[in-house]
Design a protein around this ligand. Structure first.
Ligand SMILES: [Fe+2]
Length: 158
């Protein structure tokens, strides 16, 4: 494909995009975790939590697509396999376990907060690199993600 000529040195654009692939991995892992809990939630709050988790995974899916397409716009290939998401992400999974509803919420919140800190780092990095497009995308994303985190946090009884 033709080289980028967007006012950011190509090696900087690629460095940013590589880091965005790392964010993509964690958002994908959080998406998967949220789906699993949407499917397996039990208890008296099944209805509202099943719906809340659905709302969250739909938002995460949109974010995943936005990040992957930004990686492309910066000139490299976006990752997109489960093994890459596994290698490049560090959101924890609990295979073989089905936590209680409050524990599910706490685990999801922990994941969102990890991602929020990661986005904050990438906001600083993209600003330093003069990549306003990525910076703007991430500033919108952090606000949306902090809102999801607030709503999960508000469900916790302790
Ligand atoms: Fe569903």
């Amino acid at each position: 494909m033709k080289k980028l000529n967007i006012g950011i040195p190509e090696k900087n654009a690629q460095a940013i995009a590589k880091r965005l692939n790392g964010l993509l991995a964690n958002q994908y892992r959080l998406y998967t975790k949220t789906l699993k809990f949407h499917w397996n939630i039990e208890g008296p709050f099944f209805g509202p939590l099943h719906a809340l988790f659905k709302d969250n995974y739909e938002q995460l899916f949109t974010m995943i697509d936005t990040i992957a397409e930004r990686v492309r716009a910066l000139g490299i290939v976006s990752i997109g396999t489960l093994s890459e998401f596994g290698k490049q992400g560090n959101i924890k999974e609990e295979p073989g376990k089905n936590p209680k509803d409050q524990a599910m919420i706490a685990l999801l919140l922990e994941g969102h907060e990890l991602v929020i800190r990661q986005i904050r780092d990438e906001i600083d990095y993209s600003a330093k690199m003069g990549d306003l497009g990525t910076n703007n995308m991430l500033c919108d994303m952090i606000e949306q993600q902090e809102k999801m985190a607030w709503m999960l946090r508000a469900h916790l009884t302790k």
